[in-house]
Design a protein around this ligand. Sequence first.
Ligand code: SF4
Ligand code: SF4
Length: 407
Amino acid sequence: MKSDVFYFTARTHSHDQSMSKFKAPLALKKIGIEQRIKNGDKVVIKTHFGALENIRYLRPSYIRFLCDFVKELGAIPSVAESCGWGVPESVSGTHTEYSGRATEEEYLKVALLHGFTEETMGAPILMLDGKTGEDIEIQKIDGRRFKEVLVAGRLREFDYLILATHFKGHPSGGFGGSIKNLGIGCVSKGGKAEAHTGKTFEIDFENCNTECRNCINICPTKALAKDLNNKLVFEKEKCKFCYMCASVCKDKVINIGTVTRDEFTAQMVDNAKGVVEYFGKEKIFCINYAIDITYQCDCTGGSDVPFVPDIGVLASLDPVALDQATIDLIHQSSISPHSALSDVKDLPTQGPYEWFSHTPRFDPESGEMDFSGKKSNHWELQLKLAEEIGLGTRNYNLIKVEIQSKK
Ligand code: SF4
Ligand code: SF4
């Protein structure tokens, strides 16, 4: 059985072929949004506001036009993101390339700087997992690595979800598309940490520094305290698994583990399964904006030259078919000069070619980025795992839609 994927090219000769105002809403119509959404339904548009220094995130007008379209359907739009892993810069005192996304307070400042406000969207903006990632729903799944997923809790407030995804590379999972927007974007802060590290959460009480209260001060749910003897006490039933305590423990008393790239990819896919099972597959509309396709994800401040030219907008009810189709179109393209892939020795410049096998990637062993371009098939692993776990199919009908200019 194949899934339909609708594709609109990035080629635009006049305003009535606009990707933001016309092609993206039409793509959603093609996948049946008009037949499902009723008057007064609450629709959340999940996108990514970009890390502080990132410049390749989706332009705000792409999302504004989706909000307007949802209103035309008689429904009520909101624009959403979720808290990033770790602690805010005001606590860590350290600026990193991932800075600016750890809490609602911190991330809304970045959103403002990047042009996402209630005024520019014409809709409320919210963090799906609350102010500090503490708003969660635990979804039980039969996953490859996880039996429980920390779904972002405020999804419970909505009838439908539009996944408005900037399609790009990802240094661990191979690429970031709709599967990642589900498995990282729609889980809580702690759900993101668990994708990257696993579910290890060990506290070495004996080696806790009696003078220190860092984790107690950061814990949003007061799950940590010291007793009269200055011994650390943990009340598990109060914990919402944000893992900020681990980030502030300088003495490495709280261990949340590490995983390989294969394990990360499987855990992200398990998370995506948890989100879909929690929210309902029939209530999720997926749209990939295959533009500004860098090897990095929007969570980092790095924003390299896109390694292929813009492809266009694609939509489907099936996130796996959608990501597969987007990758196939990217692989048919030729690589852009001055991009990271053009630096890789012995790589051709003309497509079709499996470019995502050679994009720079994170090496967990060295903790460094690897720019050598040596072959790595995590993009394919992500799709394979997602298909095997039942998120969708890699078989698709690509339906190219043209909008004729009225000019
Ligand atoms: S104990 Fe740690 S993981 Fe649990 S809620 Fe508190 S800070 Fe978050
Ligand atoms: S942050 Fe670490 S050392 Fe400090 S109180 Fe918590 S567990 Fe102990």
